[in-house]
Write a protein that binds this ligand. Structure first.
Ligand code: UT7
Length: 325
């Protein structure tokens, strides 16, 4: 098996900023409630002509530049998204066409907020076995397109963005251990009920507002901390490492209270946890992807550091990946 690592990262955030003050004018909420309950101050909103593939393409170009790789050098593109441009074809194919990555095999992954971690681990399998050499993995979301702007319990949480990584064989370090988990018995806690084959779009589904995110946030909160802690401990054990060996955790950015509770249980000081939730809210698959990219850009990740990616989301699904940078 070959060693696999991340050789380039990139991100793209739409220009438009929606602040908590803006939301105060839209629904019965307050900056104080949103800040103390979630840690979010503002989020980005895609323009009307920006779809998930557009965000992904921008993030991908930056990641390819960082990796010093031409699009033709890619033989695999995996896009993690729950807001694809359309039901089919895959957003990965749309990204491929725009990049001119004509040698790549392309498909999407639906693993909600854990999508980027899922996609990294899938790409790793192909590269480790020697099936493919260079993979582009992108977490991209236009959650604003499925957000009910009249529902204060969800609309304050989500934002739009994309983050990308290029994976390839590395001589040393790279991905040390991985773990994925799923529990479909909790699927009802977070979903978009209509638009698929269960409830195809009709006037009725639209009138009932079924094409928006429905979430029982409180119930998810209860499972989230335990899942993230357990998942972290599994990958650490597999790699023969301890929490104190971790230089930086890149967690899914759903709620700062979930993240800090996880860090506390793991005995990790807060300065070893990377946050971008304050600026962007919860961007599902794009959260860990952009956080990883930003941590690299601001110098929080250096060669030889041990990095823990840890995410969970609708499904429920979860996953973690321990990387020596
Ligand atoms: O991305 C992966 C999956 N998602 C998550 O991980 C999300 C996990 N859940 C959470 O982060 C939290 O549960 C939320 C941030 C969604 C909600 O926080 P909470 O502390 O669990 O609040 P709650 O749902 O228990 O609601 C508390 C109160 C309620 O009022 P009453 O019934 O106590 O009078 C809500 O109606 O807060 C009210 N509320 C709001 N008030 C002001 C709910 N949303 C808002 C709002 N502004 N935006």
């Amino acid at each position: 098996m070959k060693k696999v690592g991340i050789i380039g990262v990139g991100e793209y955030l739409p220009k438009k900023i929606l602040t908590n003050a803006d939301l105060e004018k839209m629904v019965d909420t307050s900056d104080e409630w949103i800040t103390t309950r979630t840690g979010i101050k503002e989020r980005r909103i895609a323009s009307s002509h920006e779809a998930a593939s557009d965000l992904a393409i921008n993030a991908a170009k930056e990641a390819l530049k960082d990796a010093r790789l031409k699009p033709q050098g890619l033989d695999l593109i995996i896009i993690a998204t729950i807001t694809p441009d359309m039901q089919f074809p895959s957003t990965a194919c749309l990204v491929q066409a725009n990049l001119g990555a004509k040698n790549a095999v392309c498909f999407d992954i639906s693993a909600a907020c854990a999508g980027f971690v899922y996609a990294i681990i899938v790409a790793q399998q192909f590269i480790a076995r020697g099936t493919y050499k260079n993979a582009l993995v992108v977490g991209t979301e236009v959650l604003s397109s499925i957000t009910d702007w009249d529902d204060r319990s969800t609309c304050v949480l989500f934002g739009d963005g994309a983050g990308a990584a290029v994976l390839s064989e590395v001589k040393s370090g790279g991905i040390l251990s991985t773990y994925l988990g799923s529990d479909g018995s909790m699927a009802n806690l977070l979903m978009m009920p209509a638009g698929g084959s269960r409830n195809p779009a009709t006037h009725k589904t639209i009138d009932k507002r079924l094409h928006y995110i429905k979430m029982e946030g409180n119930e998810i909160f209860k499972s989230a901390v335990k899942i993230m802690v357990d998942t972290a401990q599994i990958v650490l054990k597999q790699a023969g490492l301890k929490c104190s060996d971790v230089d930086l955790v890149i967690p899914h950015q759903a709620n700062v209270r979930i993240i800090m509770a996880m860090a506390k249980r793991l005995g990790l000081p807060s300065d070893r946890v990377f946050l971008n939730i304050e600026k962007y809210g919860n961007m599902s698959s794009a959260s860990t992807a952009t956080a990883l990219c930003e941590a690299v850009k601001v110098g929080r990740i250096k060669k030889g550091d041990i990095i823990l990616l840890d995410a969970f989301g609708a499904g429920l699904v979860w996953g973690a990946c321990l990387i020596k940078w």
